[in-house]
Design a protein around this ligand. Structure first.
Ligand SMILES: [Zn+2]
Length: 303
C-alpha cells in the first residue's frame, strides 16, 4: 500500500519538471567536476525594514544595483550546498520545509529534479538554526526527511536556542524561530553530533566559527575538493549589500555589530586567498568569488 508520505513524494517528483522553470533561483551551479553543487529551496520574501532597519533612506538609495530598495521587499534565493565525497553525500542546511513561507521549502522537488533521494544523504551540516536553514529537516507529519543522515550542528548554536533566556528575550515576531528550532532539535537529537569551531567535523570538512548572525553560526571549509571551497551560510547574505557595504548592520543578525565584523574578516580572507565559496542567499546558485572593489568588495558569480 502506498503511504501518504510516499504518495506526496511521488506527487512532488512528478510536479518537479513542469514547475522548475518558474521556481525562482532553482539553479544548479556546479564546480570542481560536479562534486560541489547547489540545489534551490525556493526563495524568501522579506520586508526591507526587517533587514536594514537602521540605514537612512538616502544612504540606501545611494547604493547602486539594489532593486529591492525601491520595491521595499527582498526575495532572496535559498541555495543549499551538496558535496559528494568518496563515501558520503553531505548536505549543508535543510531548507525551510512546508511550514515557513509558501515561496520556500522546495528542497525535495529540487533533489528529485537532480535524481537524488533524501535517503542518499549521509550527513546534514547546519550553518545555524534559523527557520530557512533547519525547519526542513521534518516534513508535514513531523517525520525526519533524511532517514539515513547524521546531523552536525555547533554546540554553541544548540545551547543558544535551547536556553530559556533566548525564548524570553526574543521579540514576539521571532518567538516562533525559537520554538521551531527546539522542535527540530528534538526530532534530530538522537542522531546529532555537536561540534566546536576549528575542528574537522567530517574528514576534509573544517568548521569555522563565524558568530554574529547567530551565536553559533558556522562556515565550513571543504578541503576535500580538488580546489577548496567555503560554505559561508548567512555570514555574507546579500548581493550587493554584504559586499558593497559590509559594515552596515543587518537586521536579521542576532548581534549586528558582531555580524559586521565577522563579515568583514571573512570577506578579507576570501578575497586574499581567492577562495571559491557558496552563499546561502546569494544569486545565480550562490557559488562565486569575491573581489576587492575600492574599500569594499564585489561578488563574482561562478555561473
Ligand atoms: Zn538564511
Amino acid at each position: 500500500m502506498i503511504s501518504r508520505r510516499t504518495f506526496n513524494r511521488a506527487l512532488l517528483a512528478g510536479l518537479a519538471a513542469p514547475l522548475l522553470p518558474t521556481v525562482a533561483g532553482n539553479a544548479f551551479a556546479s564546480t570542481d567536476g560536479g562534486t560541489l553543487t547547489t540545489v534551490s529551496d525556493g526563495n524568501l520574501v522579506l520586508p526591507l525594514n526587517f533587514v536594514l532597519p537602521d540605514i537612512p533612506k538616502a544612504e540606501l538609495e545611494a547604493l547602486e544595483g539594489a532593486a529591492f530598495i525601491q520595491s521595499g521587499e527582498l526575495t532572496p534565493p535559498c541555495n543549499l550546498t551538496l558535496v559528494r565525497l568518496q563515501d558520503r553525500l553531505v548536505l549543508f542546511d535543510a531548507g525551510s520545509g512546508p511550514n515557513f513561507m509558501p515561496s520556500a521549502g522546495r528542497l525535495i522537488e529540487s533533489l528529485a529534479a537532480a535524481d537524488l533521494d533524501p535517503g542518499a544523504i549521509t550527513d546534514v551540516v547546519f550553518t545555524h538554526a534559523h527557520p530557512d536553514h533547519i525547519w526542513g529537516v521534518v516534513d508535514d507529519f513531523d517525520e525526519v526527511v533524511f532517514p539515513q543522515a547524521a546531523f552536525h550542528i555547533s554546540g554553541t548554536e544548540w545551547d543558544f536556542w535551547r536556553a530559556e533566556e533566548t525564548l524570553a528575550a526574543a521579540p514576539d515576531d521571532r518567538k516562533s524561530f525559537v520554538v521551531g528550532a527546539r522542535s527540530r532539535f528534538d526530532a534530530i537529537e538522537e542522531r546529532s553530533e555537536r561540534f566546536q569551531p576549528g575542528t574537522e567535523i567530517i574528514p576534509g570538512i573544517e568548521a569555522m566559527g563565524t558568530p554574529g548572525h547567530t551565536p553559533g553560526h558556522t562556515a565550513f571549509v571543504i578541503h576535500a575538493l580538488d580546489e577548496p571551497a567555503v560554505v559561508v551560510g548567512d555570514a555574507i547574505s546579500n548581493d550587493p549589500v554584504s559586499f558593497a557595504r559590509p559594515d552596515w548592520h543587518w537586521g536579521a543578525d542576532q548581534d549586528p555589530e558582531e555580524g559586521a565584523s565577522t563579515r568583514r574578516r571573512l570577506l578579507d580572507r576570501l578575497a586574499a586567498e581567492k577562495l571559491q565559496f557558496v552563499g546561502f542567499h546569494l544569486p545565480d546558485g550562490g557559488i562565486g568569488r569575491v573581489e576587492v572593489d575600492g574599500a569594499a568588495f564585489r561578488f563574482v558569480p561562478a555561473v
